[in-house]
Design a protein around this ligand. Structure first.
Ligand code: ADP
Length: 668
């Protein structure tokens, strides 16, 4: 067995491998890029080496740098995880040449599956069913057109070297073929450095069903059941499950045998996945084989109770498979949802940013969360934007799906746009609940699956107001405590005024709408004028966004997370985003408060550019304050007429003081 494994990867998969190795008594070496110096996988490994700057090409994909780290750390084996170098035969060979075991299949097996076309030719020979198609060497337009005619439209063009759905084109008829071929060639040349294409019959409403296979170096081959990965967007998996709904014993045996035959045909050793596409009649066809561990391997672990990384390590060390086919049992049902930093409303555009707030469910007997990040981490543009995988298991599909829904509902993220709401909508959709959806499910139900853009209700608005007002009160109390005269009325922001009850107005942008909430400060809270009526509220913040509120006598616990002018309100398992337009509220600890007619902080008036009766444009600077050694322009938030200017040059103003009264122009 190995003493020390280097993990040539990052994030959740690196942590996943560390976990198994540690359980086996093997020490671990992490590698990291400059961007990942403080990442979880680095902290958890027994040793860690910097392999280069943030871009993957210069770090996680740099074979020399990785091998150098392996040598320095005294690693006797390398686990590549998935992605990066995991299907790179040159890397596997370089490891062998350096006397380090590559925990994966032999380089020749990686190569035979590296080209979809070559793999199909091999599979045809091994008697594995293929989607009718053309995977020949001749890439001339005339040959491709003749092939497409013979296959029959619609056809699907794929990049032979492809992956991740790139280079794929659905072609409806002959007239569209030439342009599609040209586009696919261009895309695959730039993505994979290889412009060879193959053509397949495009199956309508297929399902993606893949088999986890394992082989050892003693000639044993098994499968560990199937995974259904039909819930896809842009040909990429979103939610996976095992076993596949509706899979009968006979069909499983047939597909499992084909998967094992595929592995045997290429002298496979280690963990692999044979992907099939199935049509509505139940026929299945080989699509491709992935010669590594898959992102979705946890669902297989959950239903079999096996640790696939441990299997990989054992097999790489020359041990036989831990179990024979007959000993591998399938128990219960498991789902995996991939939580991504991306925007489902903008065609799943990847998102980046700091995870200002991140609350993931706790692991228990039913829930497993694989994640490489913690609150405060940055989702950088350099790597895959996956935040976590939520894996749920129970004794049957309905119960497991309920667990998944609960796990998703308990997930709170602010600071980065994610697909959390989208995943929850998929998990709740009647068609998905019924089971056995095809790969067109998301495209077909797109609109139903986008998180509802319903306007914020009174409760959400009340929570947002409380979050802002309480934070402001805290800031001001802290500032007062620091100042010489903590009891000065000038350091209070509870609306105290020399003459009467303090009041204020908070403005929010909610999608395209603007909402205004009147606030009257009261001894123990606030009275809010919400769209649905007035309500008395009070509450307490816990310092990390948690808020316990009393809204008109009802107790509500929520999270209100603020990042600059963006507020994320998470309550009752729903996330709502608002923009705080109110400049006074922005003032606490914030920089310039352009547009406000109130002082953003205590300061001195150093210029006045407006007088009562002046007509002003939106954005026009009306006054300049000096505070904290900086100048702050006070500009008109709307066009209008100046009703009064309350201060003159040289006056001191307190935080939040109204500086100028402005009558908004009637925009009729
Ligand atoms: P990649 O390697 O780029 O991920 P795959 O060959 O694995 O490409 O296919 C990805 C997905 O594309 C499949 O899961 C399936 O949804 C869809 N797909 C692939 N081949 C076909 C086909 N012949 N007909 C219909 N859909 C297909």
């Amino acid at each position: 067995m190995f003493d020390r494994i280097l993990i040539a990867n990052r994030g959740e998969i690196a942590r996943r491998v560390i976990r198994s190795a540690r359980r086996m008594g093997i020490s671990t070496i992490a590698v990291y890029s400059e961007a990942d110096a403080r990442a979880r996988h680095v902290a958890e490994a027994d040793a860690a080496y910097l392999v280069g700057p943030a871009p993957a090409r210069e770090s996680y994909l740099d074979i020399e740098a990785i091998l150098d780290a392996a040598r320095r750390g005294g690693a006797d084996a390398v686990h590549p995880g998935y992605g990066f170098l995991s299907e790179n035969a040159d890397f596997a060979e370089a490891c062998a040449a350096a006397g380090i075991v590559f925990i994966g299949p032999p380089p020749a097996a990686i190569r035979s599956m590296g080209s979809k076309s070559a793999a199909k030719a091999l599979m045809a020979e091994a008697g594995v069913p293929l989607v009718p198609g053309y995977h020949g060497e001749d890439q001339g337009m005339a040959t491709l057109a003749a092939a497409a005619d013979e296959i029959g439209y619609p056809v699907l063009i794929k990049a032979s070297a492809g992956g991740g759905g790139r280079g794929m084109r659905i072609v409806a008829d002959q007239a569209a073929l030439a342009a599609a071929v040209e586009g696919a060639k261009r895309e695959s040349a730039s993505a994979f450095g290889d412009d060879r294409l193959l053509i397949e019959k495009y199956l309508e409403a297929p399902r993606h069903i893949e088999f986890q296979i394992f082989a050892d170096s003693h000639g044993n081959h098994v499968h560990l059941f199937e995974r259904d990965c039909s819930v896809q967007r842009r040909y990429q998996k979103v939610i996976e499950e095992a076993p596949a709904p509706g899979m009968g014993a006979e069909r499983r045996a047939e597909m499992g045998a084909a998967a094992v035959a595929a592995a045997a045909a290429i002298g496979y050793v280690g963990a692999g996945t044979v992907e099939f596409i199935t049509d509505s009649s139940g026929k299945f066809y080989f699509m491709e084989m992935n010669t590594r561990l898959q992102v979705e391997h946890p669902v297989t672990e959950m239903i079999t109770g096996q640790d696939l990384v441990e299997w990989q390590i054992r097999v790489a060390a020359g041990a036989p498979l831990p179990l024979g086919q007959g000993d591998i049992a399938c128990r219960g049902h498991a789902f995996e949802a991939r939580l991504y930093a991306e925007d489902p409303a903008r065609d799943f555009l990847p998102a980046t940013g700091r995870l200002a707030h991140l609350r993931l469910p706790d692991d228990d007997a039913h829930i497993r969360v694989d994640s490489g990040v913690v609150q405060g981490d940055e989702v950088s543009p350099h790597y895959d934007p996956m935040i976590a995988k939520l894996i749920a298991w129970d004794t049957d599909r309905d119960a497991a799906l309920r667990r998944l829904r609960t796990a998703l509902a308990g997930t709170e993220i602010a600071g980065v746009t994610t697909n959390a709401g989208f995943l929850a909508a998929v998990a709740a959709h009647p068609a998905f609940r019924a089971g056995g959806v095809d790969t067109g499910f998301i495209a077909r139900h797109g609109a139903d699956l986008l998180p509802d853009a319903a306007p914020a209700g009174d409760e959400v608005l009340a929570l947002a107001c409380l979050g802002v007002l309480l934070a402001r009160a805290q800031e001001s109390a802290a500032a007062a405590a620091r100042s010489a005269d903590p009891y000065s009325p000038w350091s209070r922001v509870d609306g105290w005024r020399l003459n009467g009850i303090g009041s204020d107005t908070l403005h929010f942008r909610d999608g395209a709408a603007e909402v205004e909430v009147g606030v009257v400060f009261q001894p123990a809270g606030y009275r809010l004028s919400l769209p649905g009526g007035a309500v008395e509220v009070r509450g307490e913040l816990d310092g990390s966004g948690g808020l316990i509120a009393d809204i008109g006598g009802a107790r509500v616990s929520a999270s209100v997370i603020r990042r600059d002018d963006r507020l994320t309100v998470i309550a009752d398992r729903r996330t709502h985003e608002l923009v705080l337009v109110d400049r006074l509220a922005l003032a606490a600890g914030q920089e310039a408060a352009a547009g406000s007619l109130r002082a953003p902080m205590p300061g001195k008036v150093i210029a006045v550019h407006a007088a009562a009766g002046d007509a002003v444009e939106v954005g026009q600077t009306l006054m300049v304050l000096e505070a904290m050694k900086m100048e702050h322009g006070i500009s008109a938030p709307v066009a209008g007429t100046v009703a009064a200017v309350h201060f003159a040059v040289g006056d001191m103003v307190e935080d939040g003081a109204e500086l100028i009264a402005l009558d908004a122009a009637d925009d009729g």
